[in-house]
Structures are given as structure tokens and as C-alpha cells.
Design a protein around this ligand. Sequence first.
Ligand code: FAD
Length: 282
Amino acid sequence: MHTEHQKRNISFELFPPKTEKGFENLKHSVAELKAEQPAYFSVTYGAGGSTQKRTFDTVNWLMEEQITTAPHLSCIGASREEILEILEYYKSIGIGRLVALRGDLPSGTGLGDLGDLSHANQLVALIQETYPQQFHIEVAAYPEFHPQASSPQQDLSNFKLKVEAGADSAITQFFYNADAYFRFLDNCQQLQIDIPIVPGIMPITNFTQLARFSDACGTEIPRWLRKRLEGFGDDLEAIRGYGKDVVIQLCERLLAGGAPGLHFYTMNQSKPTLDIWQALGR
Ligand code: FAD
């Protein structure tokens, strides 16, 4: 039996589509996903100009559909004024939740364009100073540590800076090592970090794409999983079936171990996420 409380602990990430066809697909996926009554849909944001407009278009559409929406907002490459303008706009359309990030510069962008704020803790501070308690602020957390971190200890201290600046909760980078998440929670507890840290879940649908994403963001695909997925070759059905079982077990372990909810990286596809969520029977 679903309870309201359990259902509210799920959220879905979308990315802003590039084409009309992609937008139609997003609408279809949102229609299916919203039946699960998620707490919110989040929409990613890029440091490049055209991708930003697509984020605003997607956020506007979701808000028109009366869907609770959390836009991602990154500070890299942006001026303080640009960020304040976006915050004012989001406030004016009724946004109450944001995912505040440093972001990454698109490859090929010069180091001269880093912007006014160099880390996400400064963005969180700017939001809280300008609009105290107006937005629920999510930040990113890295159970396997951020690829640019000088050390795990330093990464944890930097994570704490975001919490001290006023982050209300965190979403993790995706991972397949449940132990890394639980150890991260232990470390946070030792540092008196007490905000909810929700695991980010990436369904497995395509090995090549997954390997590329994982390499880029510092997520480890454990050897046993990589080998099994590689072994299926081009057999997408086998990859999806096996990947689904693995991720369902991961989610079961995370929830049984006290994860406060799940945030799905849907890649704008409803089925892989729904297959996992519905199998959890929550
Ligand atoms: P930060 O928290 O600023 O950390 C970045 C690095 O700097 C880390 O190594 C950290 O240890 C270090 N650091 C942090 N603060 C300080 C400080 N004050 N002094 C010195 N060092 C510091 N990217 C996008 O472009 N668009 C998105 O929409 C997007 N959504 C995401 C959603 C989630 C849930 C996650 C987990 C990631 C997302 N990303 C997105 C990727 C993210 O932007 C990158 O991982 C980026 O490299 C770091 O962003 P951050 O907010 O974690 O940065």
C-alpha cells in the first residue's frame, strides 16, 4: 500500500530537450512519471547560452502544467548579476526549490570565463543572502568523491561548506557501490552534517553511454558489473534486464539502510525508472 509519505520521497531529473521530437518525448515521460506523485521534477542546466534557454523553456512548461519543479542552477561562467536575474525570474514564476551547483564549463571554453563565483558554496550563500529561506536548496554530494577533489577529506570539508552556507538537502552523484554511500553518510555524521542526502540513481540501459558518463563524473562501475555488461555486447535487452535487477537490488539496500528517498536520473525516459521504482513496491 502506498502512503503519501513514501511517495513524496522520490524525485525525477530531466534534461532540457534539443528538438521538438525530444520535447514530445519529455511530455510523454513526465505524464507517466507524475502518476507516481514525485516530490518534484528537476531540470538540468548547462553553462552554454542555448542550453540555458532550453532549461527555462522546460521549467516554464512544467510550471504551466502545475508540476513542482526544481531547476538546476550552476554558477560557473556566470556573473553575479546574471545569477540574480535568474533567481528573480524563478521567484516570479513560483519556483520554490533549486539544485545549486558549480557546474562544469563546456569543453573548449577558456579559463578566463570562470565567472564571479568559483564554488557551489558561494552560490548557496548568494541565494540565501538575497532570498533568505525563499528556496529549498539542494546541492550535489559525491559518495565516491568529486574527480577534482584534492582528497576525500577535503571534498567532505567542501561539502560541509555548502551545508553551512544554507543547503537544505543533497542529491548524490550516481553510484553502484552502496558501501560508498553508507560510508559517506557516516563521514557526514562525524562532521555534524545532518541534512538529508538522497542517492541519485542511474538506471542501466546502455553500457557504452554509462561507461562514458561514469568516466566523466568519477563514478566507479565495479569490475563484476562492467564485465557482465560488456559480456552482453550489443544485446540491449540483456543489458537492460540485468541492469534493472542490479539497480533494484541497489535501491532496496539503500532504502533498507536508511536512505531518505531516491532521485532518479531518468534521461527523459520513463520506463527504466518506473520498472525499478514499481519493483520496489513502495
Ligand atoms: P562544488 O561543490 O563547488 O565542488 C567542485 C569541486 O571543488 C570539488 O572537488 C570540491 O571538493 C571543490 N570545492 C568545493 N568548494 C570549494 C571551495 N570553497 N574551495 C575550494 N575547493 C572547493 N552539472 C551541470 O553543468 N548542470 C547540471 O544541471 C548538473 N546537475 C547535477 C546534479 C547533481 C545531483 C550532481 C551530483 C551533479 C550535477 N552536475 C551538473 C555536475 C556538477 O556540476 C559537477 O560535478 C561539477 O564539477 C561540480 O559541481 P558542484 O556543485 O558539486 O561543485
